[in-house]
Design a protein around this ligand. Sequence first.
Ligand code: G1P
Length: 362
Amino acid sequence: MTTQPSTLKGLVLSGGRGRRLRPITYTGAKQLVPVANRPILFYVLENLSEAGIKDVGIIISPETGKEIKHAVGDGRDWGLKVDYILQEEPLGLAHAVKIARPYLGMNPFIMYLGDNLIGSGIAKFRRDFEQSKADASILLKEVDAPTNFGIAEVDKQGRVIRLVEKPKAPVSNLALVGIYFFSAKIHEAVTKIRPSLRGELEITDAIQWLLDHDNKVVSHRLEEWWLDTGKKDDLLTANTAVLDGWIRRKIKGKVDATSQVTGRVDLGKGSQIVSSKVRGPVVIGENVHIEGSFIGPFTSIGNGCRIRSAVVEHSVVLENAVIEHIDRLEDSLIGKGSFIVQGNGNHHAYRLTVGDDSVVEL
Ligand code: G1P
């Protein structure tokens, strides 16, 4: 069955090297870093599926493509048909559109950056785009650091006047969220622009080209939260927001009689809580062992972790990490398979970002 040219396809960008989340992303794709124990990319695919999208092309890089394919497979878990498109080098978002052209054909599409997480679905934005008959529809959100984003200048009626990628002197604090709707017109735009100072073909410049050539570009404000989860603090904030909004109490593992598990705690099967306190919202994966510890609100603990005699709060601990004898660990991101231990006589609170498979003796 071939896709009708009017069918909206999905284009998910899951390449790049994730420099800003190093050291975590030395060993993994930033789109697979978990928030509340689920990879960010899975929320993206879920959002596309819920908006009625069936066909999704995922842009992958040579460095992390295999890992992405392994996690997502053919997309059937989300009711999607997923195809993969290899981007040999990270030459920009507009470059990704260029190489996806054979896949996209003349179809309109939604381009969704695989590391962007928003606090809502996208079905309403899809409807608006389709009704507007625009060539591009963008989502805007106020940010604190406009120099890090694509920034939009809008008039009093909310019409987009100008877009600038990472401006040195921003004219507004309205950032382009990494979710864009395009008609096939964008294919012409991406061939007309030149690489930016960072050597990339910017999608922001391609949308500006559409504006300059009298094409219809509409914008919407995103009212809910948005996290461009490229950095550690963003990741912790995303984790907090997702745990706060979406976690329900679900106890599949075992809690012994001397432990207290209060509030919204999702405890996976095969996990054990021994002589400990867990105060939600908290998500704990499968086969986790927690003993003599306090796990405080807004913490996500991945599968296979072991935590003994420790206090952990407002942190993300990735799978198979071991944390022992730590007075207090907070606002931390602990990589897969890491081992964190505190020496005798040290009594401190720690804020750490630790890459995968590290050993940290404090
Ligand atoms: C990219 C876009 C930028 C947009 C941002 C959203 O930035 O170039 O316009 O605001 O995604 O996540 P990058 O992540 O490549 O720095």
